[in-house]
Unconditional design. Structure first.
Length: 300
């Protein structure tokens, strides 16, 4: 019996791995064993898009994917011109020496038609589409749930929920077109499954909760095409989004830090490993899951 069971339904593109590699090396002394674990995380020559990629978690994630070897990462965000952080990151990636590049496009994730069109243009140019990270999102200031204005609620859901769907669709349509599978990562939040004690952001929580179910639902439909869909749910991380709170109410840093077992808030770079894992073949059997990276906040 092979280590995979009586019937081999699939094999790793870089196999043999693990026990199988050990058995083959045992049987054939001319094979020189070498570590392969990091090869499984490699994104060599792959192409994808990151929404919200002008700054914060989106841009941090784009750099990680570039370091993992992706050929091109198309970053979509609202400003006509990219930020100075983006420009510095683009230059940095260009100097990594692994043929990776960051591209910037001013795109609004609320515009479904335009996103589909842009992704198709990318597909036409690159002739492949492998990963997508839907990271664009907004957080409005706390408003009492019984007073929450209709328009404000719609505004948040339009970006955080509809925009995430439109981004995933744009990429997924190209993945389907090229027929080689793909990985779609929807950035949700721990706020999709827990509620912050002092910040009951009813619109944000609702919008993120919908993303968790969106990932599961899309995963179930797209599994047959080997397009994997997972959500990634960060806890408190210092970015411009949370700076709006932390910089104006300094006591919140200590408070938020005390809400998880690690006793601190997270850094944007702490998304690098998990997102590379999700985008790569290292997570090839993971779909329909919500990966919570919160310093353990949700465990208490
Ligand atoms: N920072 C945290 O603590 C935290 C925690 C959990 C989840 N998240 C989620 O992570 C994602 C990234 O957040 P961040 O912390 O980097 O915040 P951020 O505000 O720095 O980045 C969000 C980006 O999304 C872009 N964006 C907003 N509306 C858009 C639209 N209509 N079209 C295109 N782009 C748009 C913004 O311009 C911005 O660049 C968000 O979805 C956020 O909800 C953040």
């Amino acid at each position: 019996m092979s280590p995979q069971g009586p019937t081999v339904q699939s094999t790793s593109p870089i196999g043999p791995l693990g026990i199988q590699a050990a058995l083959e090396a045992k049987a054939n002394p001319s094979i020189t064993p070498r570590p392969k674990i990091f090869d499984e995380f490699a994104l060599t020559d792959r192409v994808g898009l990151v929404s919200g990629g002008n700054r914060g978690l989106g841009l941090e994630i784009a750099i990680a994917l570039a370091e993992a070897g992706a050929r091109a990462i198309y970053c979509f965000d609202l400003p006509k011109e990219p930020s100075k952080e983006f420009k510095a990151s683009q230059e940095y990636v260009g100097k990594l020496g692994n043929n990776s590049r960051l591209e910037y496009f001013s795109e609004d994730v609320r515009n479904q038609e335009q996103l589909w069109k842009k992704a198709e243009e990318i597909g036409d140019k690159e002739q492949r589409f492998d990963f997508c990270v839907a990271a664009a999102g907004i957080l409005k200031s706390h408003t009492d749930c019984l007073e929450y204005p209709a328009q404000q609620f719609k505004d948040v859901l339009e970006v955080n929920t509809s925009g995430v769907l439109f981004t995933a669709q744009a990429a997924g349509r190209q993945m389907s077109r090229f027929g080689r599978g793909g990985s779609i990562i929807l950035i949700a939040s721990m706020s999709g499954s827990i509620t912050n004690k002092d910040h009951a952001w009813v619109s944000y929580n609702s919008s993120k909760s919908a993303v968790l179910q969106m990932a599961r639902s899309m995963a179930c439909e797209l599994g047959v095409k080997n397009i994997r869909v997972n959500s990634l749910s960060p806890g408190h991380i210092y970015t411009q989004m949370t700076a709006a709170y932390l910089d104006t109410q300094p006591h919140l840093l200590e408070k938020w830090s005390g809400l998880n077992p690690l006793g601190r808030i997270g850094r944007p770079d702490e998304m690098r490993g998990v997102v590379t894992w999700l985008a790569s073949d290292a997570s090839s059997f993971c779909t329909g899951s919500d990966i919570i990276v919160s310093g353990g906040h949700h465990s208490w």
